[in-house]
Design a protein around this ligand. Structure first.
Ligand SMILES: Nc1ncnc2c1ncn2[C@@H]1O[C@H](COP(=O)(O)OP(=O)(O)OP(=O)(O)O)[C@@H](O)[C@H]1O
Ligand SMILES: [Mg+2]
Length: 427
Protein backbone atom coordinates (compact mmCIF):
# COMPACT_ATOMS: atom_id res chain seq x y z
CA UNK A 1 0.00 0.00 0.00
CA UNK A 2 1.55 3.30 -1.08
CA UNK A 3 -1.19 5.72 -0.24
CA UNK A 4 -3.94 5.96 2.36
CA UNK A 5 -6.45 6.42 -0.48
CA UNK A 6 -5.83 2.79 -1.52
CA UNK A 7 -7.28 1.54 1.73
CA UNK A 8 -10.81 0.25 1.91
CA UNK A 9 -11.89 3.06 4.21
CA UNK A 10 -15.07 4.98 4.76
CA UNK A 11 -14.99 7.99 2.40
CA UNK A 12 -15.39 10.57 5.17
CA UNK A 13 -12.44 9.03 7.02
CA UNK A 14 -10.33 9.22 3.85
CA UNK A 15 -11.16 12.92 3.67
CA UNK A 16 -10.11 13.59 7.23
CA UNK A 17 -6.81 11.71 6.75
CA UNK A 18 -6.11 13.91 3.73
CA UNK A 19 -7.11 17.01 5.70
CA UNK A 20 -4.51 16.07 8.33
CA UNK A 21 -1.93 15.89 5.49
CA UNK A 22 -1.11 12.21 5.96
CA UNK A 23 -0.42 10.76 2.52
CA UNK A 24 2.04 7.87 2.64
CA UNK A 25 1.51 5.28 5.36
CA UNK A 26 4.48 4.36 7.52
CA UNK A 27 5.59 0.67 7.33
CA UNK A 28 3.67 -0.34 10.47
CA UNK A 29 0.58 1.45 9.15
CA UNK A 30 0.90 -0.22 5.74
CA UNK A 31 1.14 -3.65 7.36
CA UNK A 32 -1.23 -3.35 10.31
CA UNK A 33 -4.16 -1.30 9.01
CA UNK A 34 -5.42 -3.73 6.28
CA UNK A 35 -5.79 -6.77 8.63
CA UNK A 36 -7.17 -4.52 11.37
CA UNK A 37 -9.87 -3.35 8.94
CA UNK A 38 -10.77 -6.99 8.37
CA UNK A 39 -11.46 -7.36 12.08
CA UNK A 40 -8.32 -9.32 12.97
CA UNK A 41 -6.60 -9.13 16.34
CA UNK A 42 -3.20 -7.49 15.99
CA UNK A 43 -0.03 -7.61 18.01
CA UNK A 44 2.07 -4.84 16.50
CA UNK A 45 5.53 -3.62 17.38
CA UNK A 46 7.43 -0.83 15.67
CA UNK A 47 10.05 1.57 16.89
CA UNK A 48 9.22 4.81 18.66
CA UNK A 49 7.75 7.65 16.59
CA UNK A 50 6.69 5.47 13.65
CA UNK A 51 2.96 6.20 13.73
CA UNK A 52 1.40 3.40 15.79
CA UNK A 53 -1.34 5.74 17.07
CA UNK A 54 -2.71 6.31 13.58
CA UNK A 55 -2.58 2.53 12.97
CA UNK A 56 -5.19 1.76 15.58
CA UNK A 57 -6.81 5.21 15.22
CA UNK A 58 -7.78 4.69 11.58
CA UNK A 59 -9.01 1.14 12.19
CA UNK A 60 -10.98 2.35 15.21
CA UNK A 61 -12.80 5.24 13.52
CA UNK A 62 -13.54 3.10 10.47
CA UNK A 63 -15.12 0.47 12.73
CA UNK A 64 -17.22 3.11 14.51
CA UNK A 65 -18.38 4.49 11.17
CA UNK A 66 -19.26 1.15 9.60
CA UNK A 67 -20.75 -0.55 12.63
CA UNK A 68 -23.07 1.85 14.44
CA UNK A 69 -23.80 -0.74 17.14
CA UNK A 70 -20.25 -0.90 18.41
CA UNK A 71 -18.13 1.31 20.62
CA UNK A 72 -14.37 1.46 21.17
CA UNK A 73 -12.13 1.52 24.24
CA UNK A 74 -8.50 2.63 24.20
CA UNK A 75 -6.43 2.15 27.36
CA UNK A 76 -3.23 4.16 27.87
CA UNK A 77 -0.77 4.00 30.77
CA UNK A 78 -0.50 7.75 31.49
CA UNK A 79 -2.96 10.62 31.58
CA UNK A 80 -0.88 12.77 29.23
CA UNK A 81 -0.74 9.99 26.67
CA UNK A 82 -4.51 9.45 26.89
CA UNK A 83 -5.07 13.18 26.23
CA UNK A 84 -2.69 13.06 23.26
CA UNK A 85 -4.35 9.97 21.79
CA UNK A 86 -7.72 11.68 22.29
CA UNK A 87 -6.46 14.68 20.31
CA UNK A 88 -5.16 12.53 17.43
CA UNK A 89 -8.38 10.50 17.16
CA UNK A 90 -10.62 13.53 17.51
CA UNK A 91 -8.63 15.01 14.63
CA UNK A 92 -9.85 12.10 12.51
CA UNK A 93 -13.48 12.59 13.53
CA UNK A 94 -15.42 15.12 11.49
CA UNK A 95 -18.65 16.69 12.73
CA UNK A 96 -20.64 14.88 10.08
CA UNK A 97 -19.47 11.50 11.44
CA UNK A 98 -21.53 12.01 14.58
CA UNK A 99 -19.12 10.15 16.85
CA UNK A 100 -18.64 11.50 20.37
CA UNK A 101 -15.60 10.71 22.46
CA UNK A 102 -14.61 10.98 26.12
CA UNK A 103 -11.17 11.04 27.70
CA UNK A 104 -11.39 9.54 31.19
CA UNK A 105 -8.25 10.20 33.21
CA UNK A 106 -7.46 10.63 36.88
CA UNK A 107 -6.80 14.02 38.44
CA UNK A 108 -9.59 15.67 36.45
CA UNK A 109 -13.06 16.74 37.52
CA UNK A 110 -15.41 13.78 37.84
CA UNK A 111 -18.37 16.07 37.09
CA UNK A 112 -16.93 17.11 33.74
CA UNK A 113 -16.41 13.46 32.79
CA UNK A 114 -19.90 12.48 33.99
CA UNK A 115 -21.36 15.19 31.76
CA UNK A 116 -19.33 13.82 28.83
CA UNK A 117 -20.56 10.30 29.56
CA UNK A 118 -24.19 11.39 29.63
CA UNK A 119 -23.83 12.27 25.95
CA UNK A 120 -23.21 8.55 25.24
CA UNK A 121 -19.74 8.73 23.69
CA UNK A 122 -18.84 5.82 21.45
CA UNK A 123 -15.10 6.31 21.72
CA UNK A 124 -13.62 6.03 25.22
CA UNK A 125 -9.95 6.74 25.87
CA UNK A 126 -8.65 6.49 29.40
CA UNK A 127 -6.24 5.36 32.06
CA UNK A 128 -6.99 2.17 34.02
CA UNK A 129 -7.64 3.80 37.42
CA UNK A 130 -10.29 6.29 36.30
CA UNK A 131 -11.92 3.80 33.93
CA UNK A 132 -12.43 1.51 36.92
CA UNK A 133 -13.80 4.38 39.01
CA UNK A 134 -16.46 5.01 36.38
CA UNK A 135 -17.24 1.32 36.04
CA UNK A 136 -17.76 1.07 39.82
CA UNK A 137 -20.10 4.06 39.74
CA UNK A 138 -21.86 2.51 36.75
CA UNK A 139 -21.40 5.77 34.87
CA UNK A 140 -19.45 3.94 32.14
CA UNK A 141 -20.94 1.11 30.10
CA UNK A 142 -18.67 -1.10 28.02
CA UNK A 143 -21.10 -3.79 26.86
CA UNK A 144 -20.78 -2.49 23.29
CA UNK A 145 -17.01 -2.02 23.32
CA UNK A 146 -16.25 -4.41 20.47
CA UNK A 147 -12.98 -2.65 19.62
CA UNK A 148 -10.24 -2.65 22.24
CA UNK A 149 -6.75 -1.14 22.13
CA UNK A 150 -4.02 -1.44 24.73
CA UNK A 151 -1.46 1.18 23.75
CA UNK A 152 2.02 0.70 25.23
CA UNK A 153 1.01 -2.93 25.73
CA UNK A 154 4.04 -4.04 27.70
CA UNK A 155 3.43 -1.31 30.28
CA UNK A 156 -0.32 -1.88 30.45
CA UNK A 157 0.16 -5.63 30.93
CA UNK A 158 2.94 -5.43 33.49
CA UNK A 159 2.40 -6.22 37.12
CA UNK A 160 1.42 -2.72 38.16
CA UNK A 161 -1.55 -2.41 35.81
CA UNK A 162 -2.74 -5.91 35.05
CA UNK A 163 -5.23 -6.32 37.96
CA UNK A 164 -6.94 -3.07 36.94
CA UNK A 165 -6.99 -4.03 33.26
CA UNK A 166 -8.47 -7.45 34.12
CA UNK A 167 -11.17 -5.67 36.08
CA UNK A 168 -12.04 -3.44 33.10
CA UNK A 169 -12.10 -6.36 30.66
CA UNK A 170 -14.83 -8.06 32.71
CA UNK A 171 -17.20 -5.39 31.36
CA UNK A 172 -16.14 -5.74 27.71
CA UNK A 173 -18.08 -8.21 25.48
CA UNK A 174 -16.38 -11.62 25.21
CA UNK A 175 -16.13 -11.38 21.43
CA UNK A 176 -14.24 -8.25 20.56
CA UNK A 177 -11.35 -7.18 18.39
CA UNK A 178 -8.11 -6.46 20.26
CA UNK A 179 -5.17 -4.40 19.03
CA UNK A 180 -1.96 -4.30 21.02
CA UNK A 181 0.85 -1.90 20.13
CA UNK A 182 4.21 -1.02 21.61
CA UNK A 183 7.80 -0.28 20.67
CA UNK A 184 9.13 -2.87 23.13
CA UNK A 185 7.81 -6.29 24.08
CA UNK A 186 9.80 -8.30 26.63
CA UNK A 187 9.41 -12.10 26.49
CA UNK A 188 7.41 -12.37 29.73
CA UNK A 189 4.82 -9.87 28.46
CA UNK A 190 4.72 -11.53 25.03
CA UNK A 191 3.46 -14.67 26.80
CA UNK A 192 0.81 -12.70 28.69
CA UNK A 193 -0.50 -11.14 25.47
CA UNK A 194 -1.65 -14.60 24.31
CA UNK A 195 -4.40 -14.48 26.94
CA UNK A 196 -5.88 -11.36 25.39
CA UNK A 197 -5.64 -12.20 21.72
CA UNK A 198 -7.64 -14.47 19.47
CA UNK A 199 -5.72 -15.88 16.48
CA UNK A 200 -3.73 -12.64 16.17
CA UNK A 201 -1.60 -11.33 13.35
CA UNK A 202 1.89 -10.51 14.58
CA UNK A 203 3.32 -7.46 12.87
CA UNK A 204 6.86 -6.54 13.64
CA UNK A 205 8.59 -3.58 12.02
CA UNK A 206 12.21 -3.10 13.07
CA UNK A 207 13.67 -4.11 16.37
CA UNK A 208 11.96 -4.16 19.76
CA UNK A 209 15.27 -3.87 21.58
CA UNK A 210 17.15 -1.09 19.84
CA UNK A 211 16.44 2.63 19.74
CA UNK A 212 15.63 4.11 16.36
CA UNK A 213 18.82 4.66 14.36
CA UNK A 214 18.14 8.38 13.73
CA UNK A 215 19.07 9.07 17.35
CA UNK A 216 22.70 10.06 17.87
CA UNK A 217 23.64 8.29 21.10
CA UNK A 218 26.18 9.83 23.44
CA UNK A 219 27.39 8.52 26.79
CA UNK A 220 29.32 10.40 29.44
CA UNK A 221 30.96 8.44 32.22
CA UNK A 222 31.10 10.76 35.17
CA UNK A 223 31.37 10.71 38.95
CA UNK A 224 28.28 11.42 41.01
CA UNK A 225 29.94 14.61 42.26
CA UNK A 226 30.74 16.05 38.81
CA UNK A 227 27.45 15.08 37.20
CA UNK A 228 25.52 18.29 37.77
CA UNK A 229 28.32 20.53 36.45
CA UNK A 230 28.60 18.31 33.40
CA UNK A 231 24.86 18.70 32.85
CA UNK A 232 25.21 22.49 32.99
CA UNK A 233 27.98 22.31 30.39
CA UNK A 234 25.81 20.19 28.11
CA UNK A 235 22.79 22.46 28.49
CA UNK A 236 24.88 25.45 27.47
CA UNK A 237 26.20 23.59 24.43
CA UNK A 238 22.87 22.32 23.09
CA UNK A 239 20.27 24.15 21.07
CA UNK A 240 16.55 23.33 20.86
CA UNK A 241 14.17 21.63 23.27
CA UNK A 242 15.64 19.31 25.86
CA UNK A 243 13.90 16.64 27.93
CA UNK A 244 15.86 15.57 31.02
CA UNK A 245 14.92 12.35 32.80
CA UNK A 246 15.56 11.94 36.51
CA UNK A 247 14.74 9.09 38.85
CA UNK A 248 12.32 10.50 41.43
CA UNK A 249 9.71 13.23 41.84
CA UNK A 250 11.92 14.87 44.44
CA UNK A 251 14.88 14.78 42.06
CA UNK A 252 12.74 16.51 39.43
CA UNK A 253 11.67 19.32 41.80
CA UNK A 254 15.18 19.84 43.11
CA UNK A 255 16.77 19.80 39.68
CA UNK A 256 14.25 22.34 38.33
CA UNK A 257 14.98 24.70 41.26
CA UNK A 258 18.72 24.29 40.88
CA UNK A 259 18.70 24.88 37.14
CA UNK A 260 16.53 27.96 37.62
CA UNK A 261 19.07 29.33 40.10
CA UNK A 262 21.84 28.59 37.61
CA UNK A 263 20.16 30.57 34.84
CA UNK A 264 18.37 27.82 32.91
CA UNK A 265 14.63 28.51 32.77
CA UNK A 266 12.88 25.15 32.96
CA UNK A 267 9.93 23.34 34.44
CA UNK A 268 9.29 19.88 35.77
CA UNK A 269 6.63 17.23 35.40
CA UNK A 270 5.92 14.34 37.76
CA UNK A 271 3.13 12.41 39.39
CA UNK A 272 2.83 14.55 42.52
CA UNK A 273 1.80 17.66 40.59
CA UNK A 274 -1.83 18.52 39.96
CA UNK A 275 -3.12 17.34 36.61
CA UNK A 276 -3.90 20.88 35.48
CA UNK A 277 -0.28 21.88 36.20
CA UNK A 278 1.06 18.79 34.38
CA UNK A 279 -1.06 19.58 31.36
CA UNK A 280 -0.10 23.27 31.37
CA UNK A 281 3.59 22.40 31.57
CA UNK A 282 3.32 19.98 28.67
CA UNK A 283 1.48 22.53 26.52
CA UNK A 284 4.18 25.13 27.29
CA UNK A 285 6.90 22.61 26.42
CA UNK A 286 5.15 21.63 23.17
CA UNK A 287 4.81 25.25 22.11
CA UNK A 288 8.46 26.01 22.91
CA UNK A 289 7.70 28.40 25.79
CA UNK A 290 9.74 26.09 28.01
CA UNK A 291 13.01 24.88 26.50
CA UNK A 292 14.02 22.44 29.20
CA UNK A 293 11.64 19.98 30.82
CA UNK A 294 12.71 17.81 33.74
CA UNK A 295 10.59 14.70 34.12
CA UNK A 296 10.35 11.36 35.81
CA UNK A 297 9.40 8.22 33.87
CA UNK A 298 6.01 9.89 33.37
CA UNK A 299 7.09 11.42 30.05
CA UNK A 300 8.90 8.31 28.82
CA UNK A 301 6.06 6.56 27.01
CA UNK A 302 4.21 7.59 23.89
CA UNK A 303 4.46 11.38 24.20
CA UNK A 304 4.87 12.98 20.81
CA UNK A 305 6.53 16.39 21.01
CA UNK A 306 8.17 16.85 17.60
CA UNK A 307 10.31 19.78 18.79
CA UNK A 308 12.35 17.69 21.28
CA UNK A 309 15.88 17.62 19.92
CA UNK A 310 17.72 16.22 22.91
CA UNK A 311 16.90 13.65 25.55
CA UNK A 312 19.23 13.59 28.53
CA UNK A 313 19.21 10.62 30.87
CA UNK A 314 20.52 12.31 34.00
CA UNK A 315 19.61 9.16 35.91
CA UNK A 316 19.22 5.77 34.27
CA UNK A 317 15.74 4.19 34.12
CA UNK A 318 14.78 1.35 36.47
CA UNK A 319 13.96 -1.05 33.61
CA UNK A 320 16.17 -1.45 30.49
CA UNK A 321 13.19 -1.20 28.06
CA UNK A 322 12.37 2.26 29.41
CA UNK A 323 15.68 3.48 27.99
CA UNK A 324 14.34 2.81 24.48
CA UNK A 325 11.10 4.70 25.21
CA UNK A 326 12.88 7.62 26.88
CA UNK A 327 15.34 8.24 24.04
CA UNK A 328 12.47 7.71 21.59
CA UNK A 329 10.95 11.04 22.65
CA UNK A 330 13.32 12.53 20.08
CA UNK A 331 13.90 11.66 16.41
CA UNK A 332 10.21 11.06 15.70
CA UNK A 333 8.52 10.68 12.33
CA UNK A 334 11.82 10.50 10.43
CA UNK A 335 13.43 13.47 12.20
CA UNK A 336 16.88 13.39 13.77
CA UNK A 337 17.66 13.74 17.45
CA UNK A 338 20.25 13.26 20.10
CA UNK A 339 20.29 11.25 23.32
CA UNK A 340 22.85 11.80 26.03
CA UNK A 341 23.20 9.40 28.95
CA UNK A 342 25.16 10.03 32.11
CA UNK A 343 26.63 6.89 33.62
CA UNK A 344 28.20 6.90 37.07
CA UNK A 345 30.05 4.01 38.73
CA UNK A 346 26.86 3.23 40.69
CA UNK A 347 24.97 2.73 37.41
CA UNK A 348 27.26 -0.06 36.32
CA UNK A 349 24.74 -2.88 36.65
CA UNK A 350 21.77 -1.14 34.97
CA UNK A 351 23.95 0.28 32.22
CA UNK A 352 25.26 -3.19 31.44
CA UNK A 353 21.67 -4.50 31.35
CA UNK A 354 20.70 -1.76 28.90
CA UNK A 355 23.71 -2.59 26.74
CA UNK A 356 22.79 -6.27 26.79
CA UNK A 357 19.21 -5.47 25.72
CA UNK A 358 20.34 -3.30 22.82
CA UNK A 359 23.06 -5.68 21.68
CA UNK A 360 23.31 -9.06 23.40
CA UNK A 361 26.71 -9.70 21.75
CA UNK A 362 28.31 -6.47 22.85
CA UNK A 363 31.24 -6.54 25.22
CA UNK A 364 30.40 -4.58 28.36
CA UNK A 365 31.50 -1.08 27.49
CA UNK A 366 31.33 0.35 30.95
CA UNK A 367 33.52 -1.73 33.20
CA UNK A 368 34.56 -0.48 36.58
CA UNK A 369 34.96 -3.94 38.01
CA UNK A 370 38.71 -3.62 38.05
CA UNK A 371 38.54 -0.46 40.05
CA UNK A 372 35.98 -1.70 42.54
CA UNK A 373 37.77 -5.02 42.94
CA UNK A 374 40.93 -3.14 43.58
CA UNK A 375 39.20 -1.18 46.33
CA UNK A 376 37.66 -4.32 47.79
CA UNK A 377 41.02 -6.11 47.71
CA UNK A 378 42.68 -3.18 49.41
CA UNK A 379 40.06 -3.10 52.16
CA UNK A 380 40.38 -6.83 52.62
CA UNK A 381 44.17 -6.73 52.86
CA UNK A 382 43.91 -3.96 55.48
CA UNK A 383 41.47 -6.11 57.39
CA UNK A 384 43.80 -9.09 57.17
CA UNK A 385 46.68 -6.96 58.37
CA UNK A 386 44.68 -5.87 61.42
CA UNK A 387 43.67 -9.44 62.10
CA UNK A 388 47.30 -10.54 62.31
CA UNK A 389 48.37 -7.50 64.31
CA UNK A 390 48.21 -8.46 68.00
CA UNK A 391 48.59 -4.90 69.21
CA UNK A 392 45.28 -3.80 67.60
CA UNK A 393 42.49 -5.99 68.97
CA UNK A 394 39.94 -4.53 66.54
CA UNK A 395 38.59 -7.82 65.24
CA UNK A 396 38.32 -9.40 68.67
CA UNK A 397 36.22 -6.54 70.00
CA UNK A 398 34.04 -6.58 66.97
CA UNK A 399 33.05 -10.20 67.44
CA UNK A 400 32.68 -9.78 71.18
CA UNK A 401 29.87 -7.31 70.60
CA UNK A 402 28.47 -8.86 67.47
CA UNK A 403 25.40 -10.26 69.24
CA UNK A 404 24.54 -6.93 70.70
CA UNK A 405 22.00 -5.27 68.39
CA UNK A 406 22.70 -1.75 69.53
CA UNK A 407 26.37 -2.18 69.00
CA UNK A 408 25.83 -3.75 65.58
CA UNK A 409 23.70 -0.79 64.55
CA UNK A 410 26.52 1.54 65.43
CA UNK A 411 28.98 -0.54 63.47
CA UNK A 412 26.73 -0.50 60.42
CA UNK A 413 26.31 3.23 60.65
CA UNK A 414 30.02 3.74 60.87
CA UNK A 415 30.58 1.57 57.84
CA UNK A 416 27.97 3.46 55.86
CA UNK A 417 29.58 6.75 56.72
CA UNK A 418 32.96 5.45 55.76
CA UNK A 419 31.78 4.08 52.45
CA UNK A 420 29.99 7.29 51.51
CA UNK A 421 33.11 9.30 52.14
CA UNK A 422 35.11 6.68 50.32
CA UNK A 423 32.88 7.01 47.28
CA UNK A 424 33.38 10.75 47.06
CA UNK A 425 37.07 10.38 47.43
CA UNK A 426 37.41 7.71 44.78
CA UNK A 427 35.47 9.40 41.93
N1 LIG B 1 1.78 8.37 7.71
C1 LIG B 1 2.37 9.35 8.34
N2 LIG B 1 3.02 10.29 7.66
C2 LIG B 1 3.65 11.30 8.31
N3 LIG B 1 3.70 11.45 9.64
C3 LIG B 1 3.06 10.52 10.37
C4 LIG B 1 2.37 9.43 9.76
N4 LIG B 1 1.85 8.69 10.75
C5 LIG B 1 2.17 9.28 11.91
N5 LIG B 1 2.91 10.37 11.70
C6 LIG B 1 3.46 11.28 12.72
O1 LIG B 1 4.48 10.57 13.42
C7 LIG B 1 4.58 11.05 14.74
C8 LIG B 1 4.70 9.88 15.69
O2 LIG B 1 3.52 9.13 15.71
P1 LIG B 1 3.06 8.27 16.97
O3 LIG B 1 3.00 9.12 18.19
O4 LIG B 1 1.84 7.56 16.57
O5 LIG B 1 4.30 7.26 17.12
P2 LIG B 1 4.37 5.90 17.94
O6 LIG B 1 4.81 4.86 16.98
O7 LIG B 1 3.09 5.68 18.66
O8 LIG B 1 5.56 6.21 18.95
P3 LIG B 1 5.76 5.73 20.48
O9 LIG B 1 6.30 4.33 20.41
O10 LIG B 1 6.74 6.68 21.02
O11 LIG B 1 4.42 5.79 21.13
C9 LIG B 1 3.36 11.89 15.01
O12 LIG B 1 3.74 13.25 15.05
C10 LIG B 1 2.47 11.64 13.80
O13 LIG B 1 1.74 12.79 13.44
MG1 LIG C 1 2.51 5.58 20.64
Amino acid sequence: MENFSELNLNESLKRSIARMHFKIPTPIQAQAIPPALLGKDILGTAQTGTGKTLCYGIACINKLLNDRGSNALIICPTRELAVQVGDVLNGLIENTMNIKSAVLIGGESMQKQLRQLQKRPRLIIGTPGRLNDHLKRKSLKLHQAYFLVLDETDRILDMGFIPQVEQILKFVPKKHQTLLFSATLPQNILKITERYLNDPIRIRVGSTTTPISKIKQEVIQVSEGDKYNKLLEELYKRKGSILVFVKTKRNADKMADRLHDDGHPCDCMHGNLRQSKRQRTLIAFRSGKIRILISTELAARGLDVPSIQHVINYHLPQVPEDFIHRVGRTARAGAEGCALTFVTPNDRQMWNEIQRLINPNVKQEFNTFKKSNYRKRKRFSRFKQRESNESKPFKKNYFKHSNNDERRGKKKFRFKKYSRRGKNRAF
